[in-house]
Ligand binder design. Structure first.
Ligand code: GLN
Ligand code: ZN
Length: 774
């Protein structure tokens, strides 16, 4: 028996975000393609040798991407929508980036000093989240009569590139069934799965070319195997792998699944004619025994035992306790992270200023590979061969279990005292509305905004100067007060009804709160790719959460002191804070969320005590926390809604609670949205032309709604008539008395000129609507 180590993919962006700099420099025309490709090749070379030096036996290639691996797959099979003007042959960088980012016409791009547009004026492909991660991929788009042809040899080239550097790699491909399922078609009734027979020859060609170049194994990712599949999906999988086994017999396929358990798809996975199977034992540890019991003896199993989705150090001895009895048999085993390490930061060594205790509990991509190497060594040569490493791991686990930084008895006591009544408002919506209306004195179709106003160059500069110590606290504070005063005055001038303070003091809607709560740490360099060159540094929620002091009350008080109109208190909700953080793995998500909810509740109560009549609790990320399997939705929605209510229900009837969600699919979660029991919800509806209000109408949503009347994702300024028309469309679905008037989302990414013009038009549209109700 022998135990080897695999990784399934490594972060691409580079330890100092070298790829980001190279891409952005290329896009702005400051450097050429050759410079970009040189940086990319250098990152790949370093990543390969680093993994080899760390003891990885199965090193991936083709996990690298200049933008996105799903886009790479579209390039590989030549699925390039006609608008990009591609005429066959190798997909070049200009086509590739036009799909990724859109392209402007020649004149404009030349003005911007960039010659890559080639006369195109096309939007980017649609982008959406990769399973339940915060990584975004470009959605493949298939045409009527779609044909496929090998149009990028990147996977073969990069295998050869590594081979020439003396590194034998296992190329990674996104599998044909998952790829097709992620795609869409504008053609009526075209089911992408029917394209399987057309796409398989391209996959076979790629596999055969890889075999010729010397590849023995190829990792084919089929994460769709952890989703709810229907019969057609399963037969697509059977058909695909039976066909590839015939047409490309020379390579061994490591069929790779992640982000969950196989459950009812286990049978399917085990019956495919492949040489190996990778399973996620972090999300679904319980599947280990059944996979082993049922797997044919010759199937090579790859065990995803180290968490590729989170930042915690593993308890290696506990893992060994579990693994040792299993691997005593004759099989060969592969140990791996649960999924690609794409979703973790690269190297903890780059993080010098973290709390030293918290630091010992963490493991980023590099450290996770070290953990795997340690496990493999212990299994191959006995625990004594890695005694030091195991000792360090044991001490870290013990310190984490016992640390007073994590376990706060006061929080435990509060959690134990939570009652069901705490997540219920005193009265139903009807009574609350009656208590709120006279205090607020709002006209029909009241106007408001979602919270943030443009984060201008000056705002960002002041923040960064303050961070660097160039300006002191007092200077920064007075700058922010001026900005706030200006935006309050301006909102009065254009006659908005419910005002906001503009959120100039906030760097980010989660970070701003995390930094003031106990239980979170923030990193300096722990970047994770979100899409293309964009990276985020999620907060790390490591311990019990509490709120040592009010977080927003002073800013609210100041802003309200400037106006007689109602000023909204503005908070981020517990579910959103949770979903946009790395979360502790020693308690359930539900448990952690409830603690955050209690902290936000304290803030809500304090805002009310300070005089706030309206408090908005944003839940921008509630929907994206939905589990991958439908069967798990209810449990999630139950606790998520309960946590929101816990945060919102500490106030009296007369205090109006708003929530905001910036997305547009509500059909399948409308009951949960109703159960949140907010007095007012603002949502994104402009792009769907109010169609999604149907969900609210069908549900007979009782409370008030602010359907976004303009899309804040583009600088375009809609005319007042256009917004008035949208309001009319809204009124065919909901009662006039239910409707508020607001943009789709916050305005922080917009510039002032378009913001001014659009909001003035928006107020005009509301006034037009008011005339019709007298
Ligand atoms: N209040 C936040 C803002 O306006 C909401 C942002 C969001 O929903 N993403 O910026
Ligand atoms: Zn929003």
């Amino acid at each position: 028996m022998s135990i080897t180590v695999a990784t399934l993919g490594f972060p691409r962006i580079g330890p100092r975000r070298e790829l980001k700099s190279a891409l952005e420099s290329f896009w702005s025309g400051k450097s050429d393609a050759q410079a970009l490709l040189a940086v990319a090749a250098d990152l790949r070379a370093k990543t390969w040798t680093r993994q080899r030096d760390l003891g990885v036996d199965h090193i991936p290639s083709n996990d690298f991407s200049l933008y996105d691996h799903v886009l790479d797959t579209s390039a590989m099979v030549g699925a390039i929508p006609a608008i990009y003007g591609w005429s066959g042959g190798e997909v070049g960088l200009d086509t590739y980036f036009a799909m990724a980012r859109g392209a402007q016409n020649q004149d404009e791009t030349e003005q911007a000093g960039c010659g890559h547009g080639h006369g195109l004026d096309v939007p980017a492909s649609e982008m959406t989240k990769w399973f339940d991660t915060n990584y975004h991929y470009l959605v493949p788009e298939f045409a009527e009569g779609q044909i496929f042809a090998l149009s990028s040899t990147k996977v073969v080239d990069q295998f050869v590139e590594a081979r020439d550097q003396g590194v034998d790699t296992r190329p990674v491909l996104l599998g044909p069934v998952t790829y097709l399922k992620l795609g869409k078609s504008k053609a009526q009734g075209l089911d992408p799965r029917t394209l399987l027979d057309t796409i398989l020859p391209v996959y076979a060609e790629v596999l055969n070319r890889l075999a010729e170049a010397g590849a023995q194994w190829v990792q084919i990712d089929e994460p769709c195997l952890v989703l709810d599949l229907d019969k057609a999906d399963r037969s697509a999988l059977h058909h695909a792998y039976a066909s590839l086994a015939k047409t490309a017999p020379a390579v061994k396929v490591m069929l790779t699944t992640y982000f969950g358990g196989l459950v009812d798809n286990l049978e399917t996975a085990l019956s495919l004619p492949v040489a190996g199977l990778h399973v996620d034992l972090v999300r679904a540890p319980e599947q280990l025994d059944v996979v082993i019991a049922r797997a044919p003896a010759e199937l090579v199993l790859s065990l995803g035992v180290i968490d590729g989705r989170n930042v915690w150090r593993a308890d290696l001895e506990r893992l060994l306790d579990r693994l040792e009895p299993l691997v005593a048999g004759r099989r060969d085993w592969i140990l791996a992270p649960s999924c690609s390490l794409l979703h973790t930061p690269i190297d903890l060594d780059a993080e010098r200023s973290l709390d030293p205790d918290v630091r010992t509990w963490l493991a980023f991509a590099i450290q996770k590979i070290e953990e795997l190497a340690t496990l493999a060594k212990a299994l191959n040569h006995g625990r004594a061969s890695v005694a030091d490493m195991l000792e360090t791991s044991r001490l870290a686990a013990a310190s984490r279990r016992a640390s007073s930084k994590i376990h706060d008895p006061a929080v435990a006591e509060r959690m134990a005292a939570v009652t069901g009544a705490m997540s219920r408002r005193a009265s139903g919506f009807g009574q609350r509305r009656a208590a709120q209306a006279p205090r607020l004195g709002l006209p029909p179709f009241p106007t408001t905004t979602i919270g943030s106003f443009p984060q201008t160059e000056e705002v960002r500069k002041a923040r960064s100067d303050h961070g660097k110590g160039v300006i002191d606290d007092a200077q920064y504070e007075s700058f922010l007060r001026e900005e706030t005063a200006r935006v309050v005055r301006w909102q009065e001038e254009i006659d908005l009804d419910v005002l906001v303070h503009g959120e100039f003091e906030r760097n980010d809607m989660v970070q701003y709160f995390g930094e003031q709560l106990r239980g979170f740490v923030f990193t300096k360099n722990a970047w994770v790719q979100s899409y293309g060159s964009r990276c985020v540094r999620p907060p790390i929620l490591y311990g019990d959460v509490s709120r040592p002091a009010p977080m927003t009350v002073e800013w609210w008080r100041y802003a309200q002191s400037l106006t007689a109109r109602p000023m909204k208190g503005m908070l981020t909700g517990p579910v959103t804070i949770l979903n946009w953080s790395f979360v502790r793995d020693d308690v359930t998500r539900e448990f952690a969320c409830r603690q955050i909810a209690l902290a936000i509740r304290d803030e809500v109560v304090d805002l009310e005590a300070a005089g706030a009549k309206i408090i908005q609790i944003d839940e921008a990320a509630l929907r994206e926390g939905l589990p991958l399997r439908r069967g798990d939705w209810k449990a999630y929605l139950d606790w998520a809604v309960e946590c929101f209510r816990l945060s919102a229900s500490g106030v009296a009837d007369q205090t109006q609670i708003h929530t905001h969600m910036c997305y547009s699919e509500f059909n399948d979660i409308i009951a949960a949205i109703g159960a949140m029991d907010a007095d007012v919800i603002s949502i994104e509806t402009a792009r769907s032309k109010m169609e999604l209000l149907d969900a609210f109408a069908d549900y007979a949503y009782p409370a008030e709604i602010g359907p976004g009347v303009y899309d804040i994702h583009s600088p375009r300024v809609p005319a007042a008539e256009e917004m008035a028309d949208l309001l009319k469309a809204a009124r065919t679905r909901l009662a006039s008395g239910q409707l508020w008037v607001n943009p789709d989302c916050g305005l922080k990414t917009r510039k002032w000129p378009e913001t001014r013009a659009a909001l003035i038009n928006m107020v005009a549209a509301a006034k037009t609507a008011r005339q019709s109700v007298g």
